[in-house]
Write a protein that binds this ligand. Sequence first.
Ligand code: NG6
Ligand code: CA
Length: 516
Amino acid sequence: MGTKRTTALFTMLIAVFIIACKDNQGQAVDRGAVTKPNIIVIYTDDLGYGDIGANGATEIKTPNIDALASGGIRFTNGYASSATCTPSRFALLTGVYPWRKKDTRILPGTAPLIIDTTQMTIPKMLKTKGYHTGIVGKWHLGLGTGNLNWNRTISPGPNEIGFDYSYIMAATQDRVPTVYIENGDVVGLDLNDPIEIDYENNFEGQVNGIDNPELLSMKWHYGHNNSIVNGIPRIGFMKGGESAKWSDVDMADHFLKVAKNYVVQHRNDPFFLYYALQEPHVPRTPHPRFVGASGMGPRGDVIVEADWVIGEFIKTLEAEGLLENTLIVFSSDNGPVLDDGYYDDAVEKLGDHTPSGPFRGGKYSLFEAGTHVPFITYWKGKIQPAVSDAIVCQVDLLSSLAKLAGSDIRVDDSKDLIDVFLGKSNKGRDDLVIEATTRTAFRKGDWVMIPPYEGPALIKSVNIEVGNSKDYQLYNLSEDIGQQHNLAESNPEKLAEMVTVYEAIRGNADPSTELH
Ligand code: NG6
Ligand code: CA
């Protein structure tokens, strides 16, 4: 072998060695022209805009979320697509407005999968670019195709719409089945004690929240009076599966452990992790070490718990040397609610705390607090700390992350706002259709237009104004962030302009009918 060739070979070996070392340290893995950072979406359940210190909360402490905000971009106009869980998660993962798909609404635990397995999703898109993809936490997008047998491998589910790894709860913490499911299999299931689920009728001889109040450690206020698990009455009936039932007070720690393991295991891949925390959705069940942490009862305590969890999770990223190569997106699936069906002192112990921040309404509402949620992007060393007033929505993540990962995939409703998410631009969406329990409204610039809807203006049980009115409503958020002054009559030109653009996007079909 000539000296020249030996030198060339040696140089090549050194180059390979350097690249390998970089990989091992979790540094940016440059595959071709595009650098592929890890991407993590940390998603809370029912956390309001005003529930975090970074957005002005003073009565509750969220230091770890605040650190993401002060070290990253805190969006003051960040939105979930919807004011409830299932539609927001649908939009986040598919980049499609949820009102385009019929029955995209709060699902029972027995609902079939509502994301078609041929549908583009964030994890599918990222897989085409070499990412490993995982979900840990709340799913609530349906499983199977109907008449699900929980005692066999459950399919289709997250693994069939793009996740290589899944560790989920099927629906919500207040809905059966109260078990974890890993890659389609119920964790810890004893097949001699099979799981049966029914959302209509109880199984013979099984206790329930109405007839067995003596078994309850948490009292239901409305709904939530079916099967009792861990002293908590739930929505839906469940029989069997004793060994597989989760421990509510350990859920936060449990998901944290799984999420940390996922990160450690995939530290050398580019990976996408969708980490969907269950807090502060009902039933609010802080671990004993967080009981009393907020002075606001269980709702405040689980927010403190969620913040702690996020801090621990970030520590793991740091310890693995991944923070400089990981984009973290933090947000919530919908706005806040206090009494969502259990007596848990959320109203009584609220004090001066304002979960909805400056906004009107809350969960279920077309007013701002329904969808206008905490929204933070963080990437150590890459994103310069800033506050952005650009309008961004979770539905935009698919196209934006595609751009980041070097994929050509784009979805119409999902705007490529990666420059906004990374702080290189302040030009967000021009407009956005928001959704609440199948009704829709429209934001364009500073203006919000809510079309007339029948139904109560206030849902008494949750004590939330949901935005229904027989008249059009028009608000200018730049001078009326609390949506107190309806300008529809005094500014008919603006109203007409808003309605025209809205109807062009939304169609003027009955909101409960499928558009395509
Ligand atoms: C409602 C439940 C509420 C909550 C919500 C879903 C009743 C009376 N209320 O139907 O407690 O579970 O569904 O919340 O049952 S979400 O955040 O998953 O959309
Ligand atoms: Ca929710």
